[in-house]
Design a protein around this ligand. Structure first.
Ligand code: SF4
Length: 396
């Protein structure tokens, strides 16, 4: 996988003060991917060191008052040309910079205040469709013993749990909020494993309960809160779905967004939820663009066939009617399933980074689907699914 990275984050002394701003998480990532290093300000021909610059009303000024907007635009254009010669799906840029900043930049008053906006170079990359994040996102997604990656597995995908080098096992029934009477359905197991996969700390939940079994949204999201209590910041949800014909094919998919058609929401069960600060949770980019792009890169590198699309969560347990499939297709839905959406809401309420992976084991509305056919289809893709998850863990 190729990644565009601000040179100063790699340790190159190109900042205004002649120094660098090395970031350990970014440097670690750079050791695992092919890097396209960029410094738009140096590319503009501005000297190192130089007076600090900030953006005000879309223009860039040095602290001494000089308007260097033209230089910044030139440096950004030159850096973009370098990127276009070496295309990459992901950029990690230095936060807050008037060139590299993403969503928030210094406001031109030299007081440390930030304003909404993009750096001149960050904006060009976004226009190219490149996922642009800051070093803060890379740091926040980096797993450790204190912050293992949670992995919640759905029907037919539980075999991944066998990859874990275990340290401790936890019966789901010991988890606060998990219903005492819940028993696993075929293909699931109700024992979480804390350990590691290829040296990456993980907590794997090899099965889940569903709303259609009569459980509340609070109960079905208890595993997410448990993962959060254990320190997990990244959470990978894997689920079996039906592909909406015309929008997706059967096989592996990366979830890009979701529509919650279950009619339930764990944040509406406010008496049961004490872990989140507010129920009014921002669900834009619910599925982390950074993690999605990493997953896409792993799939492309390893030749794994993976599509991408929107997931619609329905209550179930019956499958979709022909009219419902037509409606879902018109709404741009690629995958339909009976889990995940409430869990993702809970995870976002807890500020966790979400990656959604699916195995579309049948076509939505295809009357021949059975639990056995789902397991059989999952088996066909088990190796690719495993490679995909291991590849993502390796890059985090
Ligand atoms: Fe770092 Fe970007 Fe500024 Fe260069 S332009 S010093 S890469 S933040």
């Amino acid at each position: 996988m190729r990644v565009i990275v601000s040179e100063c984050l790699r340790g190159v002394p190109c900042r205004y003060d002649g120094g660098a701003k090395p970031n350990a998480a970014v440097q670690d990532l750079c050791g695992k991917v092919e890097v396209v290093g960029v410094c738009p300000e140096a590319a503009s021909g501005l000297p190192v060191p130089r007076p600090p610059a900030e953006q005000r009303n879309g223009r860039v000024f040095l602290r001494d008052g000089r308007d260097v907007t033209a230089e910044f635009r030139l440096g950004s254009a030159r850096s973009l040309a370098k990127v276009q010669a070496h295309p990459a799906p992901l950029a990690v840029l230095k936060a807050k910079s008037p060139s590299c900043g993403v969503h928030l930049i210094y406001d031109g008053t030299y007081t440390g205040k930030l304003t909404e906006g993009e750096g001149t170079f960050a904006r060009l990359l976004q226009e190219e469709g490149i996922t642009v994040v800051t070093e803060e996102v890379v740091e926040k997604c980096k797993p450790s013993v204190e912050h293992p990656v949670a992995i919640v597995l759905g029907s037919g995908l539980g075999h991944l749990a066998k990859l874990v080098k275990p340290v401790r096992r936890i019966d789901y029934h010991e988890i606060e909020g998990f219903p005492d009477d819940a028993m696993p359905v075929a293909g699931h197991s109700f024992e979480a494993t804390i350990g590691s996969i290829d040296g990456v700390p993980v907590v794997v939940y090899p099965g889940r309960i569903h709303l259609y079994q009569g459980y509340s949204a609070s109960e079905v999201t208890s595993l997410v809160r448990h993962a959060h209590h254990l320190g997990c910041r990244d959470i990978i949800f894997a689920c079996a779905t039906g592909a909406v014909e015309g929008n997706a094919h059967m096989g592996l998919g990366i979830l890009t967004d979701q529509i919650n058609f279950t009619g339930r929401n764990p944040l509406a069960e406010w008496d049961d939820i004490r872990d989140v600060e507010t129920p009014f949770v921002d669900m834009a980019d619910a599925y982390s663009p950074y993690l999605r792009t990493i997953a896409r890169g792993v799939a492309d590198d390893q030749g794994i066939s993976v599509e991408e699309g929107v997931y619609a969560g329905v209550l179930g347990p019956c499958f979709e009617t022909a009219a419902e499939v037509r409606a879902l297709r018109m709404l741009g839905v690629s995958y339909v399933g009976m889990s995940t959406v409430n869990e993702v809401i809970m995870a976002r309420a807890l500020d966790m980074n979400v990656l959604g992976l699916t195995l579309a084991a049948n076509y939505s509305g295809d009357g021949s689907v059975t639990h056995q056919s789902v397991l059989a289809e999952a088996e066909k893709h088990a190796e690719d699914f495993e490679k995909l998850v291991r590849g993502v863990l390796r890059l985090l």
